[in-house]
Ligand binder design. Structure first.
Ligand SMILES: [Zn+2]
Length: 505
């Protein structure tokens, strides 16, 4: 009886007039946001049409990917051609996405994912392999679908409880009504609608970026035209912070009709490969005191040199979290030995994206001078959205620069860090050389994967084979961040094959 009275008192508090006023303000915010959304739904063709266009669609986007963390220069981005097809018949449980692009230096790729009959097939068209997953969840592709205005507007229309009014923003003399709504269970989005047309122009959300730290990702839709009873953007751009990362034009847009059957058909002749379980960490000796660590940071390889009372590690891949886990594995393997040096081969995210974890662990960054600015900025970035160890430690970044060659030698272990100079892949590139065993470790200069050498070699491989030949270094075997250990003969054969193909073409 006593507790009942207390509950009743609590209820009285909740219904006090001040609180009612707050409730009215929240309701007003929601209603104001709904009014903005209602205008957009009408502008795109009405509720029924928008829903149909978000369930059955074919979008072909063509343009460029703009790379900063995969560009030759750490301070200047480059563009490479990009084509993307997104096709959905969502009520039938079908979706496909076909992405074709490249990284500088001849790294061409095409990935085709087809969701159908409760399964996801992920095809890698270069090596002609396909992995089958036992589920088909379109939600896994939400980030790419958020680039399509009809998808976003239909989603917001279905989550009206999640809408709040934000503000009016003026940009280039135009007014935009900004509302907020969840993107998913953990992220809030801000959605900009042009006051003049009612159309969606920008979607923003915050992220913790490996290089930028706290940052906003923005998708911008512009140059709208009337087409097929709705409005279609002529340009879709994506930005991280102030840097553009993608710029594409919709060249085919078919909405509210089932996509062509061919878009759900995989090419013939693909080899089924089993879904790889995460590789267990392993440390294979490749020279006196030098170990090739596999199963690290997303399945990559790193080089660990043991100098008796301290370690040097080459590569810091894939963000603080994955590099942090790699550090824990290295510490377990070499107890009591601090990592004194971290040596990313180059500034790309799958080689240096986890640098902050090593800086937090007290490692000196061994690199070329051209990378100092970007690595310093990375180490000092504000990192509150996804706080990592460096956000807590705030360690100053210390550099040891490689001028041509740097020899690390102690306790009977000798590791030579060599500046390869500019290659088609990156302007600044280091390799590690173990003279005692004629072993070399490299990142992206000779990417073979761990399987059969079906697709070895590109322009960068040719450049590297020529550099190695000119260097006069005695190298018998090569390990790599993305490669099993290969022989020198395999490198030379790959380079020769690329040159032959180039001549024939
Ligand atoms: Zn790279």
């Amino acid at each position: 009886m006593h507790t009942r009275v207390l509950h009743f008192a609590g209820l009285m508090m909740a219904l006090s007039p001040g609180s009612l006023k707050a409730q009215a303000a929240m309701l007003e915010s929601n209603l104001k946001a709904q009014a903005v959304l209602n205008r957009a739904v009408t502008a795109y063709g009405g509720r029924e049409r928008v829903r149909a266009m978000s369930r059955q669609f074919t979008w072909v986007l063509e343009g460029d990917l703009i790379h900063l963390n995969q560009s030759p220069s750490a301070s200047q981005s480059v563009s490479t051609p990009f084509r993307m097809v997104m096709a959905g018949d969502l009520d039938a449980g079908r979706y496909s996405t076909d992405r074709k692009g490249s990284y500088p230096g001849g790294f061409n790729w095409r990935n085709l994912d087809v969701l159908d009959s409760g399964r996801t097939k992920q095809a890698n068209i270069g090596p002609r392999t396909v992995v089958t997953l036992p589920t088909a969840d379109v939600a896994n592709y939400q980030a790419q679908l958020e680039r399509l205005p009809q998808m976003v507007v239909a989603r917001l229309d279905g989550q009206r409880r999640g809408l709040l009014w934000s503000s009016v923003v003026t940009r280039d003399g135009q007014q935009y009504n900004v509302i907020e709504a969840p993107v998913n269970g953990t992220t809030i989005g801000r959605y900009y609608f042009a006051e003049r047309t009612g159309l969606l122009t920008d979607v923003e959300r915050v992220i913790g970026d490996d290089y930028e730290g706290d940052a906003v990702v923005r998708v911008r839709m512009s140059n709208y035209r009337a087409e097929g009873g709705t409005m279609v953007p002529g340009m879709i751009e994506q930005f991280t912070g102030t840097s553009a990362t993608m710029r594409v034009k919709p060249v085919v847009v078919l909405l509210g009709q089932a996509p062509a059957e061919s878009l759900f058909t995989l090419p013939a002749g693909l080899t089924d490969v089993p879904r790889q379980p995460p590789a267990e960490p392993a440390f294979d000796q490749v020279g006196p005191g030098v170990y090739l660590a596999s199963g690290m940071a997303g399945g990559y390889r790193m080089l660990v040199a043991d100098f008796g009372d301290h370690l040097a590690v080459m590569e810091s891949p894939n963000g603080s979290e994955q590099s942090g886990r790699a550090i824990a594995k290295i510490k377990a393997q070499f107890p009591g030995k601090p990592i004194k040096y971290v040596i990313p081969t180059h500034h790309h995210d799958d080689h240096a994206g986890g640098l902050r974890a090593f800086v937090a662990a007290g490692a000196v960054v061994v690199t070329t001078r051209g990378n100092a600015t970007v690595f310093r900025r990375m180490a000092m970035a504000s990192y509150t959205i996804e706080p990592d160890e460096q956000a807590v430690q705030q360690k100053p970044v210390q550099f040891l620069f490689v001028e041509g060659k740097l020899v690390l030698e102690d306790g009977g272990t000798r590791l030579e860090i060599i500046d390869v100079g500019p290659s088609p892949h990156a302007n600044e590139m280091l390799v590690a050389y173990v003279p005692a065993s004629k072993f070399m470790f490299q990142g992206d200069l000779f990417n073979t994967g761990v399987g059969e050498p079906a697709t070895w070699g590109n322009l960068t491989t040719v450049h590297f084979a020529e550099w190695l030949s000119k260097s006069g270094l005695a190298v018998d075997s090569l390990g790599g961040t993305h490669s099993a250990v290969r022989t020198r003969g395999e490198l030379d054969a790959s380079a020769a094959r690329v040159k032959e193909t180039a001549v024939r073409d």
